[in-house]
Design a protein around this ligand. Sequence first.
Ligand code: SF4
Length: 362
Amino acid sequence: MLIMKITRRDFIKRTLIWGGSVIFSPSPVYALVQKEQQWYPAYAKLEKKGQLAERVEKVYSIFEECRLCPRECGANRLDGEKGFCKAPLKVMVYVAQPHFGEEISLVGQHGSGTIFFSNCNLRCVFCQNWPIAIKGEGRAIEDEGLAQLMMFLQEIGCHNINLVTPTHVMPNILQATRLALKKGLRIPLVYNTSGYERVEIIKMLDGIVDIYLPDIKFMDGDMAAKFSSDSWDYPEMAKAAVFEMNRQVGIHQVDKHGIARRGLMIRHLVMPNRVAGTKKFAEWVAENLPRHTYVNIMSQYHVDYKAFEYPDIARGITVQEFLEAMEWAETYGLTGLDQRSVRIRDLYKKSRTHLKNASNAQ
Ligand code: SF4
């Protein structure tokens, strides 16, 4: 066996004293940094191929007769017309800041660089961001200003640019991304969408977006229509869009620090009285996507905006509703479940067992 002799000098060279603790061997850290520096976001590669500018031009032309989403209003936004989403031509931003409440691989240590866009093409009666998404609170900014916000988020250490409700401003986002790329942007874009998308439009993002974070809110058109402004076609549109997203970016991938770099991450909010169709959702994922697709079954539904006017959804979910949702995911063999949801499920189960044991002991 070959034993390498480490001299005292080597030892000191390879030992770091940092914050009072001793970290042996800086070389693996250095290697990791080197490797990280070789990573490029999808949009940078497309620019290198000389195709990003052409794509920006193509998507901007959609504003002339807006069909960016399944509403297909046909509004001439270049001429100041507004469609169902009420979005003007200039992008409206409510806030751009690090966010620590997203999935762990997006948040890391320094936060997900979220940009909340005003207005929305879905307009749900239970919207939890209604002052921004429905009332349209925010400031109008030029695409150049949006590029500066992206750079700010990167400079303060955010791990990604998390575009919240991007559908109706997708052309502005692409233009801003290209401007920011020229200033040195090199973190991934997260396309954080309600899922109400046209697959033709998602195809235009191929080679630009690294991480898709879509909701699948409903599996039943009647429910979508009732709670999300007559969007009867929501389930079909969302499923087709997510299928395409998976084709483009595939399974959720993280770097050695556990930070998301690429892939599909689906969110599904459990709603009271099985309104979201969680069983069908789990079945659809199992039959149409890899079983280890990242799926976040979320428990945080609360009554907001106009939800109190609709008896079916005028309450939070019960523990039993969350547990049955997680059980369906397991029954259909989904293995890429968000770790926090799994932890919540386990804690609920544990506390139920404790309660049972305590009552039996009496
Ligand atoms: S993005 Fe807005 S204007 Fe364009 S089709 Fe959708 S709802 Fe209509």
